[in-house]
Design a protein around this ligand. Structure first.
Ligand SMILES: Cc1cc2nc3c(=O)[nH]c(=O)nc-3n(C[C@H](O)[C@H](O)[C@H](O)COP(=O)(O)OP(=O)(O)OC[C@H]3O[C@@H](n4cnc5c(N)ncnc54)[C@H](O)[C@@H]3O)c2cc1C
Length: 414
């Protein structure tokens, strides 16, 4: 039995704490906020997508995004470009090649499929109710999007991803409330993917953690690790030595690791979401979809609709872009007009995806003994969380991870 600190109580920290405690460790979670899942895990798109999960390094993506950058409803926005952003963009552009994309896509798919198995196991064992619905659809508005997707469908088949190519008619059967006036060229349907409320799941799993004896130290801001004593956790109130420290601190992970000589090229890629109550159930989505042109997802979570998207590079977490929200409202209105109460009590939110240039996380030991990483989950942290947590807990326990973690280790930063 080890005494282990987990830094961060987002979805990744909570799932990691749960897995570590399940195999008998004594776990303390340190969180700077007064509750769990208050940062990136707060109001994300809720797409739990082992089939669709994709690293944001598709070949041709830089050119496509650049061509859309100055359009009114661009999926990408620039909030300001400094040296850090430019260095990251240069690494990201280098990763946007077909061969590395296919490798990373396959690695993500493996981990996400494992995550799906772990997730099903957890929800079944503990009877967790987490506002979910089955199936996820990709919708193409025009031939250009459909043509560009064709280039990667063969790889989906080779990986054994369960999906169907669907016509406009089939899309409208699956989601009967889709607006007849918005043209559908075609799409993909992932029957095994689902919509599930990330924050709700995280908070329920936190309760399960406490039943296993996990201690949550909220309002505890962990200082960057010290190179003299890397497993000493220092907050504004306490100093405690642990056998192991697991970094799950989302976008702040790089700053916590810097003093021990670990340089992580992580960038916040900001995204936006809005959540509104369903106005008329008959007009609302049954599950979830992504508008491929705008890269905006629309998800049904219980009696609410969540619309999410936009990749903003640079700028501040606190300054919200009204133009970004306008795009989310527009896409919602294009597909499901009248479905949501958008004139009252809408929750508008901006969060940061902790993104590494290759679009896949770092999971495993770091070069400093006793310090472990579960960071950089970018746009898919909810989907990957349960699998990443179990695999890492197995490694910390000296076992095989349970899934193939090649490609997720620190060595790729060398
Ligand atoms: C707009 C948007 C939409 C998204 N949609 C999806 C989706 O549909 N599907 C999907 O799979 N993923 C999605 N994601 C990605 C997913 O939300 C993230 O990858 C995931 O939430 C990351 O979880 P995390 O626990 O690593 O980070 P976080 O949730 O940010 O948690 C990190 C925690 O660490 C704490 N912390 C940081 N530093 C310290 C410190 N020094 N001391 C103490 N505590 C600290 C923070 O307060 C925070 O609570 C989306 C992200 C965004 C922004």
């Amino acid at each position: 039995m080890k005494k282990i600190a987990v830094i961060g109580a987002g979805i990744v920290g909570i799932t990691t704490a749960f897995e570590l405690a399940s195999i008998g460790n004594h776990v303390t979670v340190f969180e700077q906020n007064s509750a769990g899942a208050e940062e990136a895990s707060f109001a994300n798109g809720c797409v739990f997508s082992p089939g669709f999960v994709t690293p944001w390094v598709a070949p041709g993506l830089p050119r496509t995004l650049l061509s859309k950058l100055f359009r009114e409803h661009s999926p990408v926005r620039i909030g300001g470009l400094g040296g850090k952003e430019l260095a990251w963009i240069s690494k990201w552009r280098a990763a946007c090649k077909m061969d590395s994309y296919l490798v990373h896509r396959s690695q993500l798919h493996n981990l996400a499929s494992f995550s799906n198995e772990v997730f099903k196991d957890l929800t079944r064992r503990m009877s967790l109710d987490y506002e979910h619905s089955k199936g996820f659809m990709v919708l193409y508005r025009g031939p250009e999007e459909q043509k560009s997707a064709q280039r990667i469908l063969q790889s989906y088949k080779e990986m054994g991803v369960p999906f169907l190519e669907i016509s406009a008619e089939k899309a409208r059967i699956l989601e009967p409330a889709l607006n007849l006036e918005t043209k559908i060229q075609g799409g993909l349907y992932f029957p095994e993917d689902q919509i599930a409320n990330c924050r709700q799941f995280a908070l329920m799993l936190k309760d399960e953690c406490e039943k296993l004896g996990v201690r949550f130290e909220f309002n505890s801001n962990v200082k960057p690790l010290s190179s003299a004593q890397p497993t000493l956790v220092q907050t504004q109130r306490s100093e405690t030595r642990f056998d192991a420290v697991v970094i799950c601190a989302g976008i702040r992970s790089a700053e916590i690791l810097a003093p021990i000589g670990i340089k992580v090229p992580m960038l916040p890629v900001y995204g936006y979401s809005l959540s509104a109550a369903v106005r008329e159930a008959i007009d609302a989505p049954l599950s979830g979809l992504i508008d491929d042109r705008h890269k905006v997802t629309i998800s049904r979570i219980g009696q609410r609709i969540r619309v999410s998207g936009i990749a903003q590079i640079g700028g501040s977490a606190k300054v919200q872009s009204q133009a970004a929200f306008n795009t989310l409202y527009k896409v919602l209105n294009d597909w499901f007009p009248g479905a949501a109460k958008t004139s009252e009590n809408v929750q508008e939110w901006k969060g940061a995806r902790a993104m590494l240039p290759e679009g896949i996380p770092l999971i495993g030991a770091c070069k400093v003994p006793g310090v472990w990483l579960n960071i950089g989950h970018g746009s898919s942290g909810w989907t990957l969380s349960c699998g990443a947590a179990r695999a890492l807990a197995n490694l910390i326990d000296g076992r095989l991870p349970g899934t193939n973690l090649i490609g997720f280790g620190m060595s790729r930063l060398d």
